[in-house]
Design a protein around this ligand. Structure first.
Ligand code: SF4
Length: 242
C-alpha cells in the first residue's frame, strides 16, 4: 500500500513552529527505528485498499474519518460512496437540510455524527469559502473536530507528519512502548509517543499502517503475537489478557 501520488504541501510558519515544539524524547532510538521499519514493511504487504486511501480531498477524508468513529470498515464503505454521491462537496453538504443528511446516514447509527458533519460543512463554507482548513488551530476550532480527526485530516489529506491516537493506535503504542498501566489514563504520554514515533516525511503511510495493524494484528482480544513482527521488542510479548 502507498499513498496516492500527491505533490507535497509546504508547511506554514505556524505549523513549522508547532513541529519544532517537540516533547522530550520518550523512545529509545533503536527500538523506534525497528518499530517504524517493521510497521511500514508490514503495511506494504498487508495494508488494506480502502476507498478513502485513493483520494487526498480533505472533505472526503473527513467524511470517512467521522463515519469510521465507532463503526466497522465494511459497514462504512458502501455508505461512504452513497454519501459522497449525494453530497460531493462541502458546499453540497452545507446546502442540505440537517434532517436529510441524517436520513442519508441511516443505518450507521451514533446519530450525532451527521449533524456534526453538516455543521462543520456550514462553518467551512462561512469561514473558509467551502474548504476544509489545513491549519491545525483552524481545524480544531471547527465544532466536532477533535485532536484525532484533526491529525487524521492533516496526515491523510495534507501529508503532514501529524500524530493520531484512536483506540487502535493507543492500544498498539501502549503495548509496544509502555507495557503497564491503563492506556486510557496515559493519553498525554501516548500522544507524545505517537508524535515521536512518526518517521520524518512518512506520516501518511505510518499512520495508516498503525490503524491497520491495530485492527488486524494487535487486536484488543487475542492479538496475533506469534505472527507479529514486533515481538522482539514489544513490552508485553506474548500478550496475555487479564
Ligand atoms: S507482540 Fe502482540 S501485543 Fe505486541 S505488538 Fe505484536 S500483537 Fe501486539
Amino acid at each position: 500500500m502507498g499513498r496516492p501520488s500527491i505533490p507535497r504541501v509546504k508547511s506554514s510558519p505556524k505549523q513549522k513552529k508547532l513541529a519544532k515544539a517537540k516533547a522530550p524524547r520518550l523512545l529509545e532510538a533503536k527500538i523506534k527505528r525497528k518499530f517504524q521499519t517493521q510497521l511500514l514493511k508490514w503495511y506494504a504487504e498487508f495494508g488494506r485498499d480502502l476507498p478513502w486511501r485513493r483520494t487526498n480531498d480533505p472533505y472526503k477524508i473527513l467524511v470517512s474519518e467521522v463515519m469510521l468513529q465507532q463503526t466497522q470498515v465494511d459497514r462504512v464503505v458502501p455508505k461512504y460512496h452513497e454519501f459522497l454521491q449525494k453530497y460531493p462537496t462541502v458546499a453540497d453538504l452545507a446546502a442540505a437540510k440537517p434532517q436529510q443528511v441524517r436520513e442519508t446516514w441511516y443505518p450507521l447509527g451514533y446519530n450525532i455524527r451527521p449533524y456534526r458533519l453538516h455543521s462543520i460543512a456550514c462553518e467551512s463554507v462561512e469561514r473558509y469559502g467551502g474548504e476544509i482548513p489545513k491549519d491545525p488551530d483552524e481545524l480544531l476550532s471547527l465544532k466536532g473536530i477533535g485532536r484525532y480527526t484533526a491529525g487524521a485530516v492533516r496526515s491523510f489529506a495534507f501529508q503532514e507528519d501529524a500524530p493520531i491516537l484512536d483506540t487502535n493506535v493507543m492500544r498498539v503504542l501502549h503495548r509496544v512502548f509502555v507495557g503497564d498501566g491503563d492506556p486510557k489514563s496515559q493519553k498525554t504520554k501516548l500522544w507524545a509517543i505517537s508524535e515521536e514515533s512518526i518517521p520524518k516525511g512518512k506520516g501518511y503511510d505510518f499512520n495508516q499502517a498503525l490503524m491497520d495493524f491495530g485492527s488486524m494484528v494487535c487486536t484488543a482480544r487475542k492479538p496475533f503475537c506469534l505472527l507479529c513482527p514486533m515481538q522482539k521488542f514489544c513490552k508485553v510479548f506474548p500478550y496475555k489478557s487479564s
